[in-house]
Design a protein around this ligand. Structure first.
Ligand SMILES: [Fe+2]
Ligand SMILES: [Fe+2]
Length: 211
């Protein structure tokens, strides 16, 4: 990471800390850390990974009502399939805020931010890295996490498939409906592997396990 990027990051931090609160700020630093490690492992651009990792939840305002209101106020475009899923709105709001409030112009970074809660078919390496970094960053705690981290260091697609499967099964277990984007992502990777990946629901530390 070159020095100009680090200086820019220095400007991001106080605003981000204030906007999303201490817990999510620490989660974001963890995601940045993990995204950089995965980017190095898989030959992806580390500045892009760090930027997307740090800002992926920059629109995750403290109350869901605030997220809804701000998304509407800014007239953030929400694809029709995501409109019923208020929990994923923060991803679209975060991409809008990353561009407008933090000056991120890199569309690859913005798209990785948009897809971080759900994934999608035909994801780029950067998008896969950010999805995983959000899910397995150091402040997370859930059963099977260490295995998932080991898998992430070994095989990006296998780790993503396992992470998607775990997330989808958790949402099923709560009786909630599933965003079709997540199903497309899993299908794109070969579909579920239920029989070899017994489900253990992640512990909800700060409601990030779903988004
Ligand atoms: Fe997150
Ligand atoms: Fe998120």
């Amino acid at each position: 990471m070159h020095s100009s990027s680090l200086l820019r990051f220095d400007r991001f931090l106080p605003t981000l800390r204030k906007t999303i609160g201490r817990k999510r700020f620490l989660h974001s630093l963890g995601a940045m850390h993990y995204a950089v490690a995965l980017a190095q492992r898989y030959g992806e651009d580390t500045v892009r990974a760090a930027t997307a990792g740090l800002l992926h939840d920059c629109g995750r305002l403290r109350q869901i009502e605030q997220i809804e209101a701000e998304t509407r106020r800014r007239a953030v475009h929400l694809p029709p399939e995501d409109r019923p899923f208020v929990k994923v709105w923060h991803a679209w709001l975060s991409a809008d805020m990353a561009a407008t409030d933090y000056g991120v112009a890199d569309e690859a970074v913005l798209q990785a931010i948009r897809l971080h809660p759900t994934g999608d078919a035909r994801m780029s390496s950067l998008e896969k890295i950010i999805f995983l970094a959000d899910y397995i960053e150091p402040t997370r705690q859930f059963e099977g996490l260490n295995e998932l981290r080991a898998l992430a260091e070994d095989d990006l697609d296998s780790a993503l498939r396992r992470a998607l499967e775990t997330k989808i099964r958790y949402i099923h277990s709560q009786g909630r409906s599933l965003n079709s984007r997540s199903l497309r992502a899993l299908e794109d990777l070969g579909g579920p592997v239920w029989e070899v990946a017994p489900f253990s629901p992640p512990e909800k530390r700060h409601d990030e396990s779903l988004a």
